[in-house]
Ligand binder design. Structure first.
Ligand SMILES: Cc1cc2nc3c(=O)[nH]c(=O)nc-3n(C[C@H](O)[C@H](O)[C@H](O)COP(=O)(O)OP(=O)(O)OC[C@H]3O[C@@H](n4cnc5c(N)ncnc54)[C@H](O)[C@@H]3O)c2cc1C
Length: 414
């Protein structure tokens, strides 16, 4: 933790989140991993009771009106119990609320935000379909206008909270002839409107989060439940990249941290060749590497939070959250993997939770947009930035700082 960067209020929030995470019994964590708990309502209800859901939601709608710089501190702590705790907590309180806060009408905000923040109701986000997740705009879930309503037909797959949630933020194709910017509409759909879920997935990790197939068969949704404008899901999708990807990255740090702590402690007790294993550089350097990885992740997270909170250019924010999601999730995977190596054979058993942490963390590189898609966005935004820089010529042109820089007959590009 970077305590030295935190204000007194942030330290208090950190401690509140820590206290909340510690209040969850170990049996609850084990029952989720064993799929005995389908969706962690009790965990979320306790978070709601402590007013820890919707930290960035304005206070008038039940949140705390905080910023990303605060939110990521809580996200790290809450995920210490396991990645799926952060997934369910983040989807309802950080992701679905983001769409409502930024694009919802006053009526929608008043109706949906307070019960989500109090954890009287839970929300899920539905983008991925059986036909694919990366090609989001290829959606085959269709919304057909019928008078003042829309009729939704289609299926969404791998939806965290599909089992257990009351509200579904759903993206559907409302203008099949249109392109990415004008073909999709975003809806707030209530389970009572006829949403069916099939609890299908046997997951490698991250169990107990209600990850389900969600089915829409002639689900009638009133037009009052359109978020933003009809055929106007494009800017919502862009905005949502921030809570989906940035939130995920912050959570991942918290989920990986216990592996490092457990391995560190183990290495000071376990002996080989008459010494505790931390006295071998082969071991302690792995710990050093893992510490460095976690700290560099936090540094990138904290800088990105500043960018987003200060209203930096949206393309820059998209690049930072995309590169951050990929970087952090890969570093955290390494942290868990290095920790397992330090533990030797016992790390591969269920005597310690390191194997569970490793199983859980694998998801982080796949969901909310795979890491390949993160690279796709990062390179796209970076090339665009560089083109602008070259046009404005505001920087030194480093290309000419070499002896034969003007050998024009060598600078042949085609
Ligand atoms: C446990 C779990 C929980 C999830 N929770 C949710 C949720 O709550 N809501 C939700 O909507 N979704 C959720 N997802 C879905 C997740 O976001 C998708 O699985 C992910 O976006 C990838 O989509 P896909 O599985 O269809 O893979 P595909 O899109 O089929 O991709 C397959 C592979 O091809 C690569 N690929 C695809 N296109 C490109 C490209 N242009 N360039 C380079 N590589 C490419 C991908 O990176 C990937 O490696 C969840 C998934 C899991 C497993």
């Amino acid at each position: 933790m970077f305590e030295f960067t935190m204000t007194a209020e942030q330290l208090k929030l950190r401690d509140e989140a820590r206290d909340f995470a510690r209040s969850i019994p170990r049996e609850y964590i084990l029952d989720m991993d064993a799929d005995k708990i389908k969706y962690p309502k009790e965990f979320l209800q306790e978070a709601g009771r402590r007013n820890l859901i919707g930290l960035r939601v304005p206070q008038e709608y039940g949140g705390r009106g905080l910023k990303w710089e605060d939110d990521i501190i809580a996200l790290e702590e809450i995920c210490v119990n396991g990645y799926i705790f952060g997934c369910t907590y983040g989807v309802t309180g950080d992701v679905v609320t983001e769409a409502l806060v930024h694009f919802g009408t006053e009526e929608q905000k008043k109706k949906y935000l307070p019960p989500i923040c109090k954890a009287e109701k839970f929300a899920a986000e539905c983008l991925t379909e059986p036909r694919g997740g990366s090609d989001f705009f290829g959606s085959t879930t269709i919304a057909t206008q019928d008078g003042d309503d829309f009729i939704l037909n289609g299926q969404k797959r791998f939806i965290v909270g599909g089992e257990g949630c009351d509200y579904f933020l759903v993206y559907a194709k409302s203008n099949p002839e249109g392109g990415p910017t004008n073909s999709m509409t975003c809806f707030m759909v209530e389970r009572e409107m006829g949403v069916k879920t099939e609890y299908l997935y046997g997951l490698m990790g991250c169990r107990g989060g209600g990850t389900a197939r969600v089915v829409f068969e002639n689900v009638r949704v009133p037009k009052e439940n359109v978020i933003g404008t009809v055929n106007g899901a494009f800017p919502i999708f862009y905005q949502m990249m921030i809570p989906e990807r940035f939130g995920t990255a912050a959570m991942t740090i918290g989920a990986a941290r216990p592996a490092l702590e457990i391995a560190t402690d183990y290495s000071t007790k376990r002996k080989a060749f008459g010494k505790t294993i931390n006295q071998f550089e082969g071991v302690s350097f792995k710990i050093a590497e893992a510490v460095t990885k976690l700290d560099s992740c936090r540094a990138l997270m904290y800088a990105t939070a500043k960018a987003v909170d200060s209203g930096a250019d949206s393309a820059l924010c998209r690049r930072l959250v995309s590169e951050g999601k990929k970087f952090v999730t890969e570093q955290c995977w390494d942290v868990a993997n290095l920790s397992m190596q330090v533990m030797g054979g016992i790390g591969y058993t269920d005597v310690y939770p390191v194997e569970k942490i490793l199983r859980d963390l694998r998801l982080s590189m796949i969901w909310v947009g795979s890491n390949e898609i993160m690279s796709l966005i990062t390179q796209h935004e970076w090339y665009t930035e560089r083109r602008k820089e070259l046009k404005n010529l505001t920087k030194r042109v480093s290309e000419y700082d070499s002896v034969s820089a003007f050998a024009e007959d060598e600078k042949i590009y085609e």
